[in-house]
Design a protein around this ligand. Structure first.
Ligand code: ARG
Length: 584
């Protein structure tokens, strides 16, 4: 399908050439934006006038003289101190949207011409541990960013850096070694059983560990055996990993999210590379020995007493930690996967860790100027009381329980509104609405901010919620069904209502919005766009009768606007990982 140039891009281009025809050699951004005064307003002339020491209103008038109207631009006027107010022709709007409509897969949005490779590190729970709301955020934000980047044409590679390595496994494995058969083969259990098995073994091993000094010693030796690759030890470790994966997969399935096995590359995968990472860092002088440990110091990273806080690559006892696996992962992601961007969707509380890891990797030359590295550090999920989300007993809330509750609440909402839905359909919709609500609440606030996990608000039909958007989509589908034999068709010859124009111009901005939101790692910008689209649709629907339009042509044209709105909502919601059921 031919890519469609957005109306704002055509206007910006015309303005740029009119500006350079007026003031040669002036490379000026016309600073175009949507406006309530006209369709667009351009403010770039002000800066240009300042530079050229000219009168801005006069300069603006000259630029206007160099614009041909009658095509995309219907009207252009100077206003205020030298702004340009621009009105787009109705015909251009409908023609543009018709081209988008002809390309259902991409809505006329061209992929970028020189895409990079972004490795997205997200959805990284820990083996033998319950998943909590923090893991929810990483999974939801990471998945959305990844789909958005893919849509722009970027190549993305997922990495689930699961916590599957470290000292606690010595205790677990030693226990399993002494109590064989406590974990059934992973293929015989479901997610819930898997987690309760792991919990049981964890608790039992912990109890022995705390009570028995000799067991403690054996557990410590077991860690060494694990890190040096002892076969039998690795075999038992693998049982924990497999059992945990059964559990992870069941949670991700509940989240309606696809996780690929070949992208689960946990801390353990970097075990073999860690000694080399340490050796290279020490040889290059990036890391130094301090009290037996191998550490990296930074001038600008200091603790409370102004003492430098080091990044610990290797502990004094020879063990490697979290930083060593992340540094080794960078060597792999840049060196072998040829990443041009590294994106880490990890709790903001780990931002200092990443700052130090990135800086150390730059010093070592593993991160070059051509590679960007960013920690999309997300904020905390809060309870209704504004404190970090906990159960009444003060425990962390299990992710599955939370998701189940969201789906139950959604079922109430769906059931209340359902007209011609069977019970099975109600339950299916409840999952799509409930999970959508959880994802949307997370994605519609800026990731760096905390947000309140408030199920009442999340499944509310009024306001900025996914179910509001899902209803808008379903309502359009119902209109399209009712239109029966009348097919949507674009009619560029028609004069448009203000509500149609507002919605049309917003539809045109879909691609630009996705590109901007993807480049800034800002899914909330896409969410805000979709919410506005649904709101514009609501006022269009109030003011412009569709099935009872004045003429047949107007009816077809309005059906076409409805259908393109539905497709855009569907596409945008899909990028956020949210379903849009046909009926609600
Ligand atoms: N497993 C870690 C946690 O639960 C998150 C891992 C983040 N990714 C990374 N490359 N360090 O906190």
């Amino acid at each position: 399908m031919a890519p469609v140039k957005s109306l704002s891009a055509s206007v910006a281009q015309q303005l740029t050439s009119a500006i350079s025809a007026t003031v040669p050699e002036a490379a000026v951004d016309p600073l175009l934006r949507r406006s309530d005064r006209a369709d667009y307003q351009a403010n770039g002339i002000l800066a240009l006038a300042k530079k050229a020491k000219a009168n801005p209103r006069e300069l603006a008038t000259q630029v206007v003289a160099n614009i041909t109207t009658g095509g995309v631009i219907k009207d252009i006027e100077v206003s205020g101190p030298g702004f340009l107010n621009i009105t787009i022709s109705d015909k251009a709007i409908i023609e543009n949207l018709a081209d988008r409509y002809a390309d259902p897969a991409r809505l006329g949005v061209p992929p970028k011409t020189n895409p990079g490779i972004t490795v997205v590190d997200y959805a990284q729970p820990n083996v033998a541990k319950e998943m909590h709301v923090g893991h929810l955020r990483s999974a939801v934000i990471g998945d959305a960013l990844r789909s958005m980047l893919d849509f722009t044409g970027e190549q993305t590679i997922g990495r689930h850096h699961i916590g599957d390595w470290g000292t606690q496994f010595g205790m677990l494995i030693q226990y399993l070694f002494e109590h064989p058969g406590e974990l059934a083969p992973a293929e015989d259990v479901d997610g819930e059983q898997a987690m309760s098995n792991l919990n049981r073994v964890y608790k039992a091993s912990r109890a022995v560990f705390d009570a028995d000094e000799e067991f403690k010693e054996r557990a410590r030796k077991r860690v060494v055996a694990l890190q040096s690759g002892d076969k039998e030890t690795l075999g038992l470790w693998q049982q924990f990993v497999d059992e945990s994966k059964v559990y992870f997969y069941s949670v991700f399935e509940k989240l309606d999210m696809e996780i690929r096995d070949d992208e689960i590359v946990g801390e353990s995968a970097y075990n073999d590379g860690m000694p080399e990472t340490a050796r290279l860092l020490e040889e290059m002088g990036v890391a130094e020995r301090s009290d037996g440990a191998l550490v990296v110091f930074f001038d600008d990273i200091r603790g409370k007493d102004d003492k430098p806080v080091p990044l610990i690559v290797q502990k004094a006892d020879g063990g490697f930690g979290y930083a060593a696996s992340d540094l080794t992962a960078i060597r792999d992601r840049v060196g072998d996967l040829h990443a041009t961007s590294l994106l880490y969707v990890v709790d903001v509380r780990q931002s200092l860790h990443f700052k130090m890891v990135f800086e150390a990797a730059r010093r070592a030359g593993w991160l070059t100027d051509e590679v960007t590295a960013h920690n999309m550090g997300y904020g905390t999920v809060l309870g209704a009381d504004g404190k970090p989300f906990k159960t009444r007993e003060g425990e962390t809330v299990k992710l599955e329980d939370l998701l189940d509750e969201a789906v139950e609440r959604a079922a109430e909402v769906v059931r209340e509104k359902a007209q011609d839905l069977s019970e099975a359909e109600i339950l299916e919709r409840a999952a799509q609405v409930g999970i959508g609500a959880v994802k949307y609440a997370d994605l519609s606030t800026s990731p760096s901010r905390d947000y309140k996990f408030d199920l009442d608000q999340m499944v509310s039909l009024n306001g900025d919620t996914s179910v509001y958007l899902q209803y808008a989509y379903a309502r359009i589908q119902s209109i399209l069904r009712k239109a029966e034999a009348v097919a949507p068709a674009a009619h560029p010859e028609l004069e448009l209502h203000a509500a149609e124009r507002a919605m049309g111009l917003h539809l045109d901005a879909f691609g630009d919005t996705v590109f901007e939101a993807a480049a800034e790692y800002a899914p909330h910008k896409l969410a805000a766009y979709l919410y506005q689209l649904a709101s514009l649709y609501t006022s269009f629907y109030d003011k412009c009768p569709v099935l009872k339009a004045d003429t047949e042509a107007q009816k077809e044209n309005r059906l076409f606007l409805c259908d393109l709105t539905a497709r855009t909502l569907h596409q945008g919601m899909a990028l956020l990982g949210i379903r849009t059921p046909e009926k609600l």
